[in-house]
Design a protein around this ligand. Structure first.
Ligand SMILES: C[S@@+](CC[C@H](N)C(=O)[O-])C[C@H]1O[C@@H](n2cnc3c(N)ncnc32)[C@H](O)[C@@H]1O
Length: 507
């Protein structure tokens, strides 16, 4: 690890004193300084406000002197606390000696933000980050010093939720920051490697893992895949990279510092060789919508050979919305108006020069298959989904395998069941006898909706795994007086789509 000190940031606690970290962890757990404990103490509105960087409700809720209130003021609200008050809550001398706390007169203060974080299996984890940086966004970051390390934001939890969580041997978290993705990976990977260009992030990741009681990760400093050996390969790669497309690298945690969307492109392109067969890679990314080019073509061209890909565009912002979003994220809107204007201008100059009209936000998942005909699905789905989606993502790629192995004749021989919690909606004018169209809607996972014709709806309704698809179609043909051969001919495309989108499952 390089030099992690920065004069405008607090010196970090020692990462080489597991004895003290364990005592600190025990003390935090002993005082119910956990996600559940916080929720109970603060109540849902103050708890939610904290995740929006608003501290006033939590300050009001922690005026008392219980150990939990003291810890919340110290580690979450950055309030100094009387030394005498913490001696029966924490191993204070050991925390002062190892740099978790600093002393000023009769008070002690935390050097880092420590945030309780509930793992998916009910684990009591802790995320360490720089002071005032537990959450980002909307000008919520309390420090813009070079190398500042943020805690958990919406993007972090989105990526953690998307990730396929099957047990694996080797996982890589690229751009680890606070270590949240490495922490999740440690729960189902034998070995975790975490990289970052920022040595301070690697140090903080070591603290997050140790304080959460997770095994240490192999920490490597450097850009993209540089810090891992050329022949290293992983079963799982995750990255919430610095995806912001900006005119120059200002903030390491978000600005990749390469032109346009080059950082995301390189990350995706260079992943093929790094994945073991069957391995998954999950990325959050931003991409340019360039004049005269389909965004889907741009993204497809990034997918490395030998990989299936599922690309979901969740949102598109025009260039003005995009520039404003990140100017606000950095708090620039609260600074000097002339400087704000100049920065805004620079952003638009950059987009104009690159013929960028808008920016897409989304998820990219790769799976290495080596298939001769890779499946690359690039789609827009801006609607709410049900997180965690890891199982849904895994099932998508299973269905891709299934469809690749089944031609239309084989599909007609196959048996299907309707996925759980699918409902049918009929759309049309009030009072009309026949619906204009029928929509099948999932209430789980991607919560997709798709239009089907009456044959598609009838077919889906009958799918309980007992009859083959062909037999069901023959019965429908008889019912509606249609030629069964013609129906068998035209329906497989619709069945394929329903399987691809997860409405029908191979029985
Ligand atoms: C948006 S933060 C993500 C942090 C964390 N993984 C999460 O999910 O919350 C991006 C991280 O990537 C790091 N980073 C920036 N440029 C990088 C590069 N070229 N290669 C690797 N990491 C980089 C930053 O220092 C930062 O820690």
């Amino acid at each position: 690890m390089g030099d992690v000190s920065n004069p405008s940031l607090s010196p970090l606690p020692s990462a080489d004193r597991p004895d003290v970290t364990t005592r600190l962890r025990d003390a935090l757990l002993g005082a119910s300084f956990t996600a559940d404990g916080l929720l109970e103490l603060l109540g849902a509105p103050a708890y939610a406000a904290l995740s929006r960087s608003e501290t006033v409700p939590a300050l009001r809720a922690t005026r008392g002197d219980t150990p939990l209130e003291v810890l919340v003021r110290l580690f979450l609200l950055q309030q100094p606390v009387p030394h005498a008050r913490v001696t029966d809550v924490l191993p204070v001398d050991a925390c002062l000696e190892t740099g978790w706390l600093v002393r000023a007169d009769d008070e002690v203060a935390a050097t880092v933000d420590v945030r309780p974080y509930g793992g998916p299996g009910g684990e009591d984890w802790f995320i360490v980050s720089d002071l005032g940086c537990a959450v980002g966004g909307a000008g919520g970051i309390g420090n813009h010093a070079e190398g500042v390390v943020l805690g958990v934001g919406g993007a972090s939890t989105t990526l953690a939720g998307l990730t396929v969580r099957t047990p694996v041997s080797a996982a890589l978290d690229l751009g680890t920051g606070s270590g949240i993705q490495a922490l999740h990976a440690a729960a189902h990977a034998t070995r975790v490697t975490a990289t970052d260009v920022n040595p301070r992030a690697l140090h903080i990741t070591a603290l997050t893992l140790a304080l959460s009681g997770a095994p240490a990760a192999d920490l490597r400093e450097g850009s993209l895949y540089e810090p891992v050996a050329e022949d290293d390969a992983y079963d799982l790669i995750v990255s919430n990279p610095p995806f912001v497309i900006s005119p120059g690298a200002r903030l390491t945690y978000r600005d990749g510092g390469m032109g346009g969307d080059d950082l995301c492109r390189r990350l995706v392109q260079e992943t093929g060789e790094r994945l073991n067969p069957g391995g998954f890679a999950h990325f959050l990314a931003n991409w340019q919508h360039v004049e005269g080019e389909e965004w889907t073509d741009r993204l497809r061209s990034w997918v490395p050979r030998g990989c299936d890909a599922w690309i979901v565009q969740r949102e598109v912002q025009d260039v003005t919305q995009y520039a404003e979003l990140w100017l606000r994220d950095a708090g620039d809107h609260r600074g000097d108006p002339a400087e704000y204007q100049a920065r805004y201008d620079a952003w638009l100059d950059e987009f104009e020069a690159r013929k960028v009209r808008a920016v897409g936000f989304g998820w990219i998942t790769l799976r290495r298959t080596g298939a001769a005909e890779p499946s690359v699905v690039a789609e827009e789905w801006p609607h709410p989904v049900e997180q965690p989606l890891g199982e849904t993502v895994r099932a998508h790629f299973d269905r891709v395998d299934y469809l690749r192995a089944h031609d239309d004749a084989a599909l007609l021989e196959a048996h299907f069941t309707l996925a759980g919690e699918v409902v049918q909606e009929q759309v049309g004018l009030p009072g009309a006898e026949d619906p204009e169209h029928v929509v099948l809607r999932q209430n789980r996972g991607m919560r997709r909706a798709t239009r089907v014709d009456t044959v598609g709806a009838g077919f889906a309704g009958v799918c309980d795994g007992t009859m083959s698809a062909g037999r069901i179609l023959d019965a429908i043909a008889q019912l509606v007086g249609e030629d069964p051969v013609a129906l068998r001919d035209r329906t497989p495309a619709q069945i394929r789509l329903l399987v691809e989108q997860g409405f029908l499952e191979p029985a």
